[in-house]
Design a protein around this ligand. Structure first.
Ligand code: DGY
Length: 407
């Protein structure tokens, strides 16, 4: 695999725009929040300094409220919609007005384990703490981490969000020009109806001056997300471990993790026998299990009934954990988050499998993910039934998880 290792390093280096990495040229020409945290993990395999720099650059765009935005528009590029003028957050640097799953603490801990850098970690620590506090203040309902926009989950058009999306009134959306479908096949991207709703939510945020409590309480969309919830629980546990390394008081992140864990029953679906996305306004559950549930192990949640469901879901495909259950009518094996397997999510699930001591499953997931990359290249995501490479090519986080995990 030496050639692939070199190719992966080359992708990270080529996507480096000077202190931050774009996910892929064309489709995603700025710094994306969770992509960057994985990029840092990849860099840590060959350039420790550059790994920490990636996280530092991301947090340089942190809002005074603690929020770390999902996109940082360091430099202009009109190949992406919605750009900084549409978000209109008034921040420097220009950013989007929503966040993304808080994986940074999880990866910062893994990076520190790999390459050290305690002083860099120490400087990051209060920023991570402030971001997690922002989640609690601005995105928790029913005790659960909620998302105010599907982009905030990072799993944009997953059927998880269909109940909330159905209630978004797009009457005032106006006209706009998508850019994503100029870069990749429209059949692999979210639909026009999805985009109308995405843009409607951005409009609400802009019109309330990005008042995040208002967005949570009265915005057009709010859904409890099992993936973000599990990630935040794990991130708080890792932050507590980081506090111990640094000689700081770990009580606060520990309490946050404990409280959210205690609220998990709200996400439990008796029908599906799993933790399932749930509309925070109406209480309606999504209709299928997704890869979000597979992240439960990250948070130490191991439920026998759910594990059985997840095992069956995995066995229905040939490669990796699918983003949506292949048995569900909403399954589309090549449409973004409605079925494909995502190497980066597999890597995160693997962190959970390792924590749970599930070494054989971890090895299987690693083998299947590596096979996809060997056959198809460093693509954004793959058809889990036949391995067809989909979405953007030369993708940063796929290259990163190859180096840090799959190789
Ligand atoms: C997009 O534009 O598709 C991004 O996923 C938003 O984060």
């Amino acid at each position: 695999d030496e050639d692939l290792d070199a190719a992966a390093r080359d992708i990270l280096t080529a996507n480096d725009r000077g202190g931050y990495t774009i996910p892929t040229a064309g489709l995603y020409p700025f710094q994306w929040n969770w992509d960057s945290a994985f990029a840092a993990w990849g860099f840590s395999t060959f350039d420790a300094d550059r790994a920490w720099t990636e996280l530092e650059t991301l947090f340089s765009a942190q809002w005074s409220t603690g929020m770390v935005p999902h996109i940082v528009f360091h430099k202009e590029d009109d190949g992406y919609f919605p750009g900084p003028d549409v978000w209109d957050t008034g921040t420097t640097p220009a950013t989007s007005g929503i966040s993304q799953p808080p994986v940074a603490a999880i990866l910062a801990r893994l990076i520190h384990d790999r390459v050290g850098g305690t002083e860099r970690l120490r400087a990051l620590y209060p920023k991570l703490l402030a971001w997690h506090r922002w989640w609690l203040e601005c995105r928790v309902a029913h005790g659960i981490a909620c998302i105010a926009h599907p982009w905030e989950s990072g799993r944009d058009n997953c059927p998880d969000w269909d109940p909330g999306m159905a209630n978004v009134d797009t009457a005032g959306v106006g006209t706009y020009q998508r850019r994503d479908t100029g870069h990749v096949d429209a059949a692999m991207r979210p639909s026009k109806e999805d985009y109308d709703r995405y843009i409607t939510m951005v409009k609400f945020g802009r019109e309330c001056g990005w008042d995040q409590v208002e967005i949570r309480d009265n915005g057009p969309f709010l859904m409890g997300d099992p993936a973000t919830t599990f990630i935040l629980i794990r991130a708080n546990r890792d932050l507590a471990a980081i506090a111990d390394i640094l000689g700081e008081d770990s009580a606060e992140p520990t309490a946050w993790a404990d409280e959210m864990e205690a609220a998990l029953p709200w996400l439990w679906s008796d029908d599906l026998q799993a933790y399932v996305a749930r509309d925070a306004r109406t209480g309606v559950f999504a209709s299928a299990i997704s890869s979000g549930a597979a992240l439960g192990l990250l948070a130490g949640v191991e439920n026998a009934a759910m594990e059985e469901k997840l095992a069956a879901m995995w066995d229905r495909v040939r490669y990796g954990i699918p983003s949506n259950d292949p048995a569900a009518p909403s399954f589309e094996p090549r449409r973004y988050w409605r079925g494909p397997t995502w190497p980066v999510v597999n890597a995160l699930i693997a962190v959970g499998l390792t924590s749970a001591g599930r070494d054989a499953d971890e090895a299987r997931l690693r083998r299947e993910t590596a096979e996809l990359i060997r056959q198809g290249g460093f693509f954004e995501y793959f058809d889990p039934t036949d391995g067809t490479a989909c979405g953007g090519d030369r993708f940063t986080w796929t290259a990163a998880i190859w180096l840090a995990w799959a190789n």
